[in-house]
Design a protein around this ligand. Structure first.
Ligand code: NDP
Ligand code: HSE
Length: 436
């Protein structure tokens, strides 16, 4: 089948991230979508400057309208940002019968109602997963995964730049302006970073989430919006002393009177999971009547994470263009003829670190025997704790933390340790995963 031809608007952080992911994962993406995806043309203001991606095979133009009017382009990726000319370009692409994928939350929050109407009239798709919470598939989760629920409320850390600033201020005592400059250099911030720190970007995203959660029109002008610029180092310290973290939250809640829509800094009890979402990471809590609270976590900004969401939308659109409509999403995610028979590893071939709890007689030589067995099995010890014997007991608990080793080696070592005369009970083993 012929490759799907795509036109790209924008060769910045997200545009180049998308090209790089499409190249890096070309084979997997094609197996999922059922067709190859080819960016044939792209636009940026400066088409001479070197980029963070390879544009060699694309026709480049400084005029983005050339891309949306190119008759060979079937899907337009709008990764320019801002209200205009993005709105005009997207409407032109739709009028030309092209499907559109955008990461532009400002555009969707303000002009989504108009854009979706035109898309419906022209029978084209408009997808915007990357517009909210970067790489987290939150649009899909709310719109599809939670479709059986009456959604009651959602609350999220939905601006990576703001969370990065608050985290660095709290953890390292860094200065607001210095951290903002770093967020800009890392490609997290908006072209106008006041959108990040004054809460406008979070309000755009909240507008979108509230619409798909509650089935209401996009109403950006109704969001109460407060940024983080007035938060000081002292506030962060005092909140900490009280057992709280300060997070910039977007909250949408259904009440008997109407929908709350608000974005502001918030004290959250330190023990809450969402209070421990740090740096550029985002997290969204969604409460449904049937499922209860659910939490979605991941990178909220940056080239590759955002590209992940853009490419997911691309695969969705290509599937509709390619496969039979009743099986738009293949049952096993990959096209039936592209399923591969990768081997499943036996447990013995799995490598993890371990926590071991032993009970051993409290006499010289026992610990040496254990460490010798571990050493002979190639198991390196990260930490040992020997506890005091309980009243009247002659044996003591000994806890080991090991570095990573194959399960097979650990099985053999445990078998030998349990046969030692000084060992008084079976060894308890818990595998350790740092989940980094
Ligand atoms: P960048 O500023 O890095 O890139 C924007 C690109 O658009 C640049 O290549 C720029 O060209 C091009 N461009 C701007 N105006 C025009 C124009 N009139 N005609 C043609 N090209 C133009 O932005 P990002 O990649 O960071 O953001 C893109 C979109 O993705 C925005 O809507 C943003 O909100 C959204 N987003 C960004 C995330 C991130 O982590 N950065 C995360 C999630 C969403 P030139 O390079 O020549 O100036
Ligand atoms: N500027 C945005 C942020 C990009 O920092 O979250 C991701 O939408």
């Amino acid at each position: 089948m012929k490759p799907v031809k795509v036109g790209l608007l924008g060769l910045g952080t997200v545009g180049c991230g998308t090209i790089n992911v499409l190249v890096r994962n070309a084979e997997e993406i094609s197996r999922r979508a059922g067709r190859d995806i080819q960016i044939i043309t792209a636009s940026a203001r400066d088409i001479i400057r070197a980029r963070q991606c390879d544009t060699g095979a694309m026709k480049l133009s400084a005029d983005p309208f050339e891309v949306v009017n190119d008759p060979n382009v079937e899907i337009v990726l709008e990764l320019i940002g801002g209200y205009e000319p993005a709105r005009e370009l997207v409407l032109q692409a739709i009028a030309n019968g092209k499907h559109v994928i955008t990461a532009n939350k400002a555009l969707i929050a303000l002009h989504g109602n108009e854009i979706f109407k035109h898309a419906q009239q022209n029978g084209v798709m408009v997808a915007f997963e990357a517009a909210v919470a970067g790489g987290i598939p939150i649009i899909k989760a709310i719109r599809e995964g939670l479709a059986g629920n009456t959604l009651q409320w959602l609350a999220g850390i939905i601006n990576g730049t703001g969370n990065f600033i608050l985290t660095e201020m709290r953890d390292k005592g860094r200065d607001f302006d210095e951290v903002l400059a770093e967020a800009q250099s890392l490609g997290y911030a908006e072209a106008d970073p006041t959108f990040d720190v004054e809460g406008v970007d979070a309000a755009h995203k909240l507008t979108i989430m509230a619409s798909i959660a509650f089935g209401i029109p996009l109403q950006f002008d109704k969001v109460y919006t407060e940024g983080i610029t007035h938060i000081t180092q002292d506030d962060i310290v005092y909140a900490d002393e009280l057992g709280y973290r300060i997070k910039h939250l977007g909250i949408a809640r259904r009440t008997s009177l109407g929908i709350e829509l608000r974005v502001h800094p918030t004290l959250i009890p330190r023990r809450r999971l969402i209070a421990n979402v740090n740096g550029v990471m985002n997290a969204v809590l969604v409460k449904g009547d049937a499922v209860g609270p659910t939490l979605y976590y991941g990178a909220g900004a940056g080239a590759d994470p955002t590209a992940s969401a853009v490419v997911a939308d691309l695969v969705d659109v290509v599937r509709v263009l390619t496969s039979d409509p009743e099986n738009r999403v293949p049952h096993l995610a990959f096209q039936a003829n592209a399923i591969t028979d990768l081997p499943i590893l036996p447990m013995e071939a799995v490598k993890t670190a371990y926590y071991l709890r032993l009970r051993a007689e409290d006499r010289p030589g026992v610990l040496a025997d254990i460490t010798r067995i571990l050493g002979d099995s190639g198991i390196s010890i990260e930490a040992i704790i020997q506890k005091e014997p309980a009243d009247g007991a002659t044996d003591v608990p000994i806890i080991f933390l090991t570095h990573k080793i194959f399960e097979k080696n650990m099985n053999e070592a445990i078998e030998q340790i349990e046969q030692l005369p000084g060992i008084t009970a079976k060894v308890t083993r818990i595998r350790v995963e740092t989940l980094k």
